[in-house]
Design a protein around this ligand. Structure first.
Ligand code: GDP
Length: 507
């Protein structure tokens, strides 16, 4: 049986139109329910909107969410990826939970740096990509130039599936190759309101250009697309509703159903009877009064039923999942069942962590949800020394959530936080104050990066003896070498060949 689930993300550079497109997808799907709005009560609502204020001021989205909608019997799970480049680790993890992605490009700008970065992450995991060239209602770059840029910069075959009939002031709609019809702008806002001309007459030079495009680029090939070697390209305008319906159809028809996921036993098929899944995100303090958190689990196999007992690989202690959240139609907040490809939100008090596998039998472990060595390390300075305990709790919490990594040095009392991007530091300070009532500052640390240490116990012990000042433990108690420079890492690696200095940690 093939699944009717399509679990995907949108990747783009800020301002390309991801938010606008998301809204239009949800509207067409007749949805919906935003995960960020789950269980917003009194105080929680206020705290959340404060938090959103930070997001708005910065013009970025810090929290990511899940949106589910349905059309023609297909269930779409759209995972929102934080758009800012500082959040690469968080974004990376979200992309481990999808089966395909939509790449949104601004027709006037083409491939931008963040698009490219996110694309590379998708390529690492062979996540298939559908391209949506947005804003064709405005003046954009020539279509051939855009197609060639995608092909050349991303080393990907491109297969146009439609064509804009003019752009900017000359914009007269979008031709869909599959039906041969042109969707037309209407009314004062020049939106697409449903009018499609079959067999529309096109200006001769444009007709020729389109002939060339159809002959000059590869035909769509679903195998090549699903292998991540070819991207079908759609043109449209999220703002004016062009191409959105075609895009949803493309996801329904071409995007892969839930794919097997890598584990220590090899790939786990969605057909497996046992319920399995992994936590790719934890969102804390949606309600600061209750310190509740929602862990987001991607279902890999089985049929989840409410109240089921699942065992997290982290604690090894089974938990009964009584009030899971499915991010679905307004009237169905609480999930009764969920299947492979679905995301469920599991409220918990810190027992579930990013990277945990959840399963009925507690045997399999999903792989590929790593922590990356931080590139920015700071000492945390507490303004009120009596708050040490609160600080430790907060740092532990936030590192579980994946916001920061924390390192407790073997020597010295000052704890060190590590992040991949600068913005996370600001988020850290503001959350410490708002949620934990801990005022803290961050100061320079002598370290430039960190490496997880592995090797025979004797070698570890003797290394520790000579390098105590450069050793720390992470949240799990694992030993970490704090390096003053990348050169330092190379030097120590050479001197200690029986140890590995790893820039990636998989739990
Ligand atoms: P995001 O940063 O990728 O989420 O981009 P937004 O969806 O917030 O869009 C950025 C800006 O581009 C906003 O001012 C949108 O109104 C505008 N925009 C988005 N899509 C279109 C489009 O198709 N045509 C035009 N003209 N503007 C658009």
């Amino acid at each position: 049986m093939t699944s009717n689930r399509r679990t995907f993300a949108i990747i783009s550079h800020p301002d390309a139109g991801k938010t606008t497109l998301t809204e239009k997808l949800l509207l067409q799907g007749g949805a919906i329910h935003l995960a960020g709005e789950v269980k917003a009560r009194g105080q929680a609502r206020r705290a959340r909107s404060d938090w959103m204020k930070i997001e708005q001021q910065r013009g970025i989205s810090v929290t990511s969410s899940v949106m589910t909608f349905e059309r023609d019997g297909v269930t779409f799970n759209l995972l929102d990826t934080p758009g800012h480049e500082d959040f690469s680790e968080d974004t990376y993890r979200t992309l481990t939970a999808v089966d395909s992605a939509i790449m949104v490009i601004d027709a006037a700008k083409g491939i931008e740096p963040q698009t490219r970065k996110l694309f590379e992450v998708c390529r690492l995991r062979s996540v298939p990509i559908i391209t949506f060239v947005n804003k064709v209602d405005r003046e954009g770059r020539p279509v051939f130039e855009l197609l060639d840029e995608v092909a050349d910069m991303l080393a990907l075959d491109v297969s146009p599936q439609g064509y804009p009939v003019g752009m900017g002031g000359m914009f007269q709609g979008v031709l869909d190759f599959a039906t041969g019809s042109v969707s037309r702008p209407e009314g004062p806002s020049k939106e697409f309101l449903g009018r499609r001309d079959e067999n529309a007459e096109l200006p001769e030079d444009l007709a020729e250009e389109i002939e060339l495009a159809r002959a000059g680029y590869p035909e769509f090939d679903i195998e090549a697309y699903r292998n991540g070697d070819l991207t079908p390209v759609y043109f449209g305008s999220a703002l004016k509703n062009f191409g959105v319906s075609e895009l949803i159809d493309a996801i329904a028809r071409f995007a892969p159903p839930p794919r097997p996921q890598p584990s220590d036993e090899g790939p786990i098929s969605p057909e497996r009877d046992e319920v399995t899944g992994f936590i790719f995100k934890v969102q804390a303090n949606m309600d600061p009064q209750h310190r509740d958190r929602i862990a987001f689990m991607r279902m890999v196999s089985g049929t989840f039923k409410r109240g089921m007992k699942l065992t997290p690989s982290g604690s090894g202690k089974p938990i009964a999942v009584h009030s899971p959240i499915l991010f679905f139609a307004q009237d169905r907040e609480i999930a009764d069942t969920a299947e492979a490809g679905d995301i469920i939100g599991i409220p918990n008090h810190g027992t579930l962590r990013v990277g945990d596998t959840l399963s009925e039998k507690n045997a399999v472990r999903f792989t590929g949800l790593p922590n990356f060595a931080p590139e920015i390390l700071r000492r945390v300075q507490l303004k009120d020394p009596t708050k040490t305990k609160q600080l430790r709790k907060a740092l532990d919490d936030l590192s579980e959530e994946g916001v920061i990594q924390v390192f407790y040095p073997e020597f010295g009392a000052q704890w060190i936080v590590g992040v991949v991007g600068q913005l996370q530091l600001e988020v850290l300070v503001s959350r410490l104050s708002a949620e934990y009532k801990v005022e803290a500052g961050l100061e320079a640390s002598p370290f430039a990066t960190a490496r997880w240490l592995k090797g025979p116990q004797a070698a570890l012990d003797s290394f520790a003896e000579f390098n105590r000042a450069n050793l720390a433990r992470d949240r799990d108690g694992d030993m970490v070498f704090m390096a003053k420079s990348p050169w330092d890492v190379g030097y120590q690696q050479e001197k200690n060949p029986e140890l590995t200095f790893s820039a990636i940690k998989e739990r």
